[in-house]
Design a protein around this ligand. Sequence first.
Ligand code: ADP
Ligand code: MG
Length: 288
Amino acid sequence: MQSKHLELSQVGIDFPTPKGPFTALTDVNLKIAKGEFVSLIGHSGCGKSTVLNIVAGLHQATTGGVILDGAEVTTPGPERAVVFQNHSLLPWLSVYKNVELAVKHAMRGQSKAQMREWVMHNLELVHMTHALDKLPSEISGGMKQRVGIARALSMQPKVLLMDEPFGALDALTRAHLQDALMEIHANLGNTVIMITHDVDEAVLLSDRIVMMNNGPAATIGEILEVDLPRPRERLALADSPAYNHYRHEVLTFLYDKQKKIEPVSQHRKAGSTKVKSDNKASKSSDAA
Ligand SMILES: Nc1ncnc2c1ncn2[C@@H]1O[C@H](COP(=O)(O)OP(=O)(O)O)[C@@H](O)[C@H]1O
Ligand SMILES: [Mg+2]
């Protein structure tokens, strides 16, 4: 494994609060190889988004730092595209124009025809070319998320950072998008860091699952290598002992080793493996 692509060393962060500094993260160390798919999992509030935002350059670590291909990350940059849970499309621009905006920025100086080809290529990757002229308000949540992913990919990022990208979607839409993401990752080979609350999603998509301890002063608890051959098929994996072993490892970490008592969420989504009601550990909804 190449170790020099993306490296988090001794990353820690203190947030100023009225009661004094709050240490959210401490001693986060992680080396990620080029093309690797890593997911971050952990209970709400443990610091997953903070880790991602530090890699994105949106937050500055208080201690340690992040190096991408030999350069320290200090600001946001197009080589680290971010996809958030709530698609951040511009509501007054069509699907096509939302992606074009990013492409215009990334391909300054290139011809209109080249740009158009690139916009279309990225919308094809997420299977959205049928809705080019629709406004965000005219398409479903899953489709908006696809456009957000196309927009991120169109910048040809070295690293794709995804903060619960499918967390707000129903189980079937989520499955379709997971498949689309696996296909894109197989074709493009971007490095991906994805935050998820969904154990099945983490096992299905990841090369490694980074499991975080509860905060404050959260850090990495365990790292699980998911050695399942690709391409991965969700149906075939459902009966695979290896798949179920990985799933069990993550569940054990979350609901035994890092048990966290929280009020039980009002609404639980059907069809996804998230919370077992027979242990008292729970988590807030996946939209946390
Ligand atoms: N800007 C901030 N100021 C103060 N505390 C923050 C700030 N951002 C996050 N935190 C705190 O840091 C911890 C980790 O937050 P976050 O990374 O959002 O968790 P997660 O994404 O795992 O749910 C939480 O306790 C949160 O309240
Ligand atoms: Mg978060």
